[in-house]
Design a protein around this ligand. Sequence first.
Ligand code: AMP
Length: 558
Amino acid sequence: MDDDEQGATFDGLGLRPELLQALSALGYEEPTPIQQEAIPPLVAGRDLLGQAATGTGKTAAFALPILQQLTAHRSERAPIALVLVPTRELAVQVSEALHRYGKDLGARVLPVYGGAPIVRQLRSLESGVDVVVATPGRALDLLNRGSLRLGDVATVVLDEADEMLDMGFAEDLEAILGETPDTRQTVLFSATMPRRLDSLARRHLNDPVRIAIGREKAVAGEAPRVRQTAYVVPRGAKPAALGRILDIEAPAAAIVFCRTREEVDSLTETLNGRGYRAEALHGGMSQEQRDRVMGRVRGGIAELLVATDVAARGLDIEQLTHVVNYDVPSAPESYVHRIGRVGRAGREGVAITLAEPREHRMLKTIERVAGAPIAVQTVPTVADLRNRRLQLTQAALRESLLTDDLDRFRGVVETLTDEFDLMEVALAAVKLAHEAGGGSDDDEEIPQVAFRQDKDGGRGPAGRSAGSRDDRPPRRVTGGAAARVFVGAGRDAGIRPGDLVGAITGETGLKGRDIGSIEIHQRFALVEVPESAADEVVQALRATMIKGRKATVRRDRT
Ligand code: AMP
């Protein structure tokens, strides 16, 4: 293990035992970079100006120091902290985080936002609240009614301040800040720092500590040869989406990174339930347990290792083909470090990241620091999968019509046509062939989401939106037209994507990254390659053995 890979611990940040206990119960193993940098000065009472996007762990970075100030089970009625956020969604999210971290302290946290009945919010304020998390409009409304009293507020947080300015809340923010004591601590977090924000910060922050996450650029040449893809997936759909992506990618050995121990344990269970051989690895396990897990991974008994950063630190797994970020990493450096585990020694690796719609900025920052594009895609829909399966059935039937001796079935068709129309007979035969081809049609639908449009008119990383199917770039063949090559050996012959990639890169001048999508069907496979190289690939594969056997190889005509 490298010394410089040693992370900091929460213990060193000066937080009280109740908070450390809550973090440990949540399965947080170490502070994220923004937490390491922001928590000590905030605990010491400094103002702070932080440039950080969602996904960096910024909420805990300001929530923990707020809770640190709280007298346990305090009974005063006026809040000691006010967090201003641009949206109702964020108000709820931040309140939940404060509530989770402050459970042992009995923290009373109230989200207030427009669109919800004000009466309930008035009643809660009346009965006493420690932290109010509010959208500016509703905060001002409650202030004007005299029910939100800010005289005891020790800390004000402006979260996602750029968004609040963009939404036209500048005047409201000024009015609200004017009602808080001059002695307050002020914290401002923003993903971007436009000039308007600078002037707001100059007026309201007192000698702030400045923190920016993800500014440095990785040293040129550091980025490994890795095909990088991100899928935009709502939180609740992540387990299903990961399953579908893994089904398509069929990694020989993959490491799946999660943020917390809880996530590691529950995802491992889910993946095992889907038929994968997954092993969990996190800091809560004994050395002996970890060694056992690593033995199973290295011995090829387990194909997926689900781990936290802490537990995976210093691990080198020779046969690793895929790195999956189940969550966007909290710092670009951590992303670069994670994906550096594949794509070594000239081999091609694959990095897959599941990003929530709100995390587009973080992904963009990562892309900049990693110095290589990340292609953003949506998870294939059930309709996409069904269409694809029908295409595969059609291809299998065509192949059979072209190459099989079908004469012995003639009698069956002739008998049936005494009773049925020829078309009906064909339809029934296609149905049976389709069902025998494997793959069930009962997949759950994964919601299609897109990254939010950026203010500057640009879109998510790589300038692509995750939109309708027609917007979508072909899966992997980049630049130029793609052609599909049919290989007459599939799952029945034990073929996996790696076998085809290996055969193609071994026998032609193509690199792994030139190869597009690979579909492995029961009895055949389809590989996408650049049109210009298709004939070379066909010739090369005809001349070689794949998984110890010769296979029919030709351009796909479906
Ligand atoms: P945020 O950037 O504040 O929206 O946080 C992103 C996610 O990271 C949230 O789901 C947090 O629960 C989680 N998180 C924050 N800090 C940590 C940490 N130190 N370890 C693990 N997960 C964390």
